[in-house]
Design a protein around this ligand. Sequence first.
Ligand code: IPE
Ligand code: IPE
Ligand code: MG
Length: 266
Amino acid sequence: MSQRLAASSDDSKLRSLPADLDPARLPAHIAVIMDGNGRWAQARGLPRVMGHRAGVEALKTTLRLCSDWGVRALTAYAFSTENWSRPGDEVNFLMALFERVLQRELQALEAEQVRIRFLGDLQALPDRLQTLIQEATSRTAENSGIHFNVCTNYGGRRELVQAARKLAAQALRGEISPDEIDENRLASELFTAGEQDPDLLIRTSGERRISNFLLWQLAYAEIHVTDVFWPDFDQLALLEALRDFQSRSRRFGGLDGLTDPGTLGS
Ligand code: IPE
Ligand code: IPE
Ligand code: MG
């Protein structure tokens, strides 16, 4: 990355990958369920929403580190289709926060060559936020750096239903036959079309569930759960996740170290 944020001196230098990590075995795409904002705040006697505010800083740090260390894509779960069931005040705070942060950070994202996209059912978001999202998406579309996907009003099941509807409509119009619907075609109708599947899923705050996140795309992701609440997720926590990832043996249904299936015989 040629240009760095000028906002503070600490941000302006490119951080190099810690020596114990193998650059050749970094996850190309990291997905993160940023959980525990509310509990982080409550533990400090603060209102829950202060945890969301602090969570933004953790996301900025994570994005910069991923970008500096050579991770090609970061997909963060910011608001689920189920999160509308929270108290109206909290939902409104989150929408206003998304707006404020996007407005404030857009220039920096542009300068850092980040390509930002928002994945989810965006029509349900407040108009002003939708406008900002369009602006941010188009202004960074040609950027050559990290792909930063923010899942906003995102639900994995809804995404799959919406893909099924699109394919059904194409079939009805005679553009495709049902036999042509295969994994690639289905994946091409998801919000993540064109993005490689995540290699690593990180969930903070100790919860061991997927909560309707990237149900299709996480098929073979390695899962790292940490007890750290999202606002406390820092360089060390990311490093631990990457070390954990590099300690895994990814088999994709095959066997360790077996390159030629023919050697097994039948
Ligand atoms: C995650 O933190 C952020 C969003 C879901 C928007 P939470 O708000 O879920 O925090 P906890 O899980 O209640 O602590
Ligand atoms: C998942 O966290 C959604 C986001 C991080 C945006 P939740 O806090 O909503 O998930 P549950 O309710 O614990 O499953
Ligand atoms: Mg939560």
